[in-house]
Design a protein around this ligand. Structure first.
Ligand code: GUN
Ligand code: FE
Length: 446
């Protein structure tokens, strides 16, 4: 086999520690994942050609000399973020408020700037760079109410060859005038964007009514029609994040049984429906989510930052609800899925639950890919999948180096990575076998 380390060529191989998941891991039986302490990942034409231990590959005649070798680094599939707002990059770390005031005071003013396509293009570029430097290669993204901001996002994602899901936000009430659409403009814009972008290259569309308080019943009914008429598109919105928000729902939709019932009434539930948060749900709502295969995006840093509450993961999972993990920038405080998992761990600890690092890293990769129904394309290193992955430095800081030196088992190494890691750990990110991010200041790149 002739291979080159030049990633512009069709074929190359990297040798490092490698971890990926083949299924939901069973941490006791030690199934559902593959770990190679000395592994090789072979990429050809943007797809995974082979993964295995260096020793096994050599036995089959593979020449290790063709590999670029990082003995102390870890290769993992690219992280997947199931709920993030691209216009909120610079809303991050805005002081003092909970959801409703935070939206009015910080978020809506920031989103108003996205009527300008050039501004939106620059912001999309920065946002995508930030995701890539955090090892995130796929995300489900809210844009703004302005169709041109959605265009801008898709254009930049397409330029980098990324697999992304995004949609234009729909809001026809309870937001500043400049941020409102109407039932008809929202329908037209969404359908035009679906026609132009859904299924184009690696891009998919998500119908995006922001949340029930900012859409009239007529707008939600229209979204339901579009959702039913376009069976392969996604639907994303927010659900039961904050107590004040829930009171508002009772006022706006007095006839609804509960918050989820508002979305149910307009046919917005289903396998491709991703509901952000879902912290304060009743048993009825949880059962209805499970029954309809609708899912929750767990946004730990956001839930803590906005004081929204603690998600009871065990309760949702025991009822059979699929839960993905997400940053929810800019309510969330970090683009890093590693940081996000660390905060998820703490949220669960406060409720007497824990989050094993294998399960956590599964959630951020194959688990989220399955939730978003993309696991036939991304999420692990099965042969033929799209080669989206990152090269992770396990010891980029003094404390990580010192802690990792103490780690004698894989679980310990991974747990320290998950609790202490962030963008400083991400040395390179690849999308479809192309290096789309490389850390210039990292030691092994010099
Ligand atoms: N609910 C409605 N809009 C938003 C938003 O932008 N962020 C969060 N965290 N919750 C929301
Ligand atoms: Fe959100």
């Amino acid at each position: 086999m002739t291979l080159s380390t030049d990633t512009h060529n069709n074929s190359f191989a990297l040798r490092a520690k490698i971890l990926h998941f083949t299924d939901q891991p069973d941490v006791h039986q030690r199934t559902g994942y593959e770990y190679f302490a000395d592994g090789v990942l072979v990429v050809e034409n943007g797809l995974i050609k082979q993964v295995g231990s260096a020793e096994e590959l050599v036995k089959n005649g593979f020449d290790l000399a063709v590999c670029e070798h990082f003995p102390e680094h870890l290769i993992m599939p690219g992280f997947i973020d199931s709920h993030i707002h691209y216009p909120q990059t610079n809303v991050i770390a805005s002081y003092g408020e909970q959801l409703m005031d935070w939206l009015n005071q910080y978020t809506f003013p920031a989103e108003l700037q996205y009527s300008d396509k050039d501004f939106a293009l620059k912001a999309a570029e920065q946002f995508i760079q930030l995701m890539l430097e955090n090892g995130t290669t796929t995300a489900m993204v809210y844009t703004t109410v302005f169709a041109q901001s959605t265009e801008a996002f898709f254009e930049v994602a397409q330029k980098y060859g990324l697999r992304m899901i995004a949609g234009k936000v729909m809001m026809d009430r309870n937001a500043p005038d400049g941020l409102l659409d109407t039932v008809e403009t929202a329908r037209q814009d969404s359908q035009n964007l679906i026609d132009k972008w859904h299924g184009k290259d690696r891009l998919s569309y998500a119908l995006t009514p922001r949340f029930a308080p900012t859409s009239t019943p007529e707008q939600l009914a229209m979204v339901g029609e579009l959702y039913q008429a376009n069976p392969s598109v996604y639907m994303q919105t927010h659900l039961s994040e904050n107590i004040q928000e829930m009171e508002f729902i009772k006022q706006l939709f007095p006839e609804a049984k509960d918050y989820l019932d508002v979305y149910d009434e307009y046919d917005l539930l289903g396998q491709r429906s991703v509901f952000g948060h879902g912290i304060h749900l009743s048993d009825d709502e949880i059962n209805r989510l499970a029954e309809t295969d609708s899912q929750i995006a767990f946004c730990p840093t956001s839930n803590l930052f906005l004081g929204s509450g603690l998600l009871d993961l065990a309760r949702l999972e025991d009822a059979g609800v699929t839960v993905s993990v997400a940053t929810d920038i800019g309510g969330g405080t970090s683009f890093s899925l590693l940081r996000t998992l660390a905060e998820a761990y703490k949220i669960l600890q406060l409720q007497g639950q824990s989050l094993h690092p294998l399960k956590a890293l599964y959630m951020a990769t194959l688990g989220n890919a399955k939730a978003l129904q993309l696991d036939d394309k991304i999420g692990n290193f099965t042969q033929g999948k799209e080669a989206d992955f990152s090269l992770i430095n396990l010891s980029p800081t003094q404390i990580q180096k010192s802690r990792q030196q103490q780690a004698s088992k894989l679980d310990e190494t991974l747990f320290a990575l998950m609790m202490l890691g962030d963008e400083h750990n991400i040395e390179r990110t690849y999308s479809m076998g192309k290096m789309v991010y490389s850390c210039h200041s990292c030691a092994s790149q010099e």
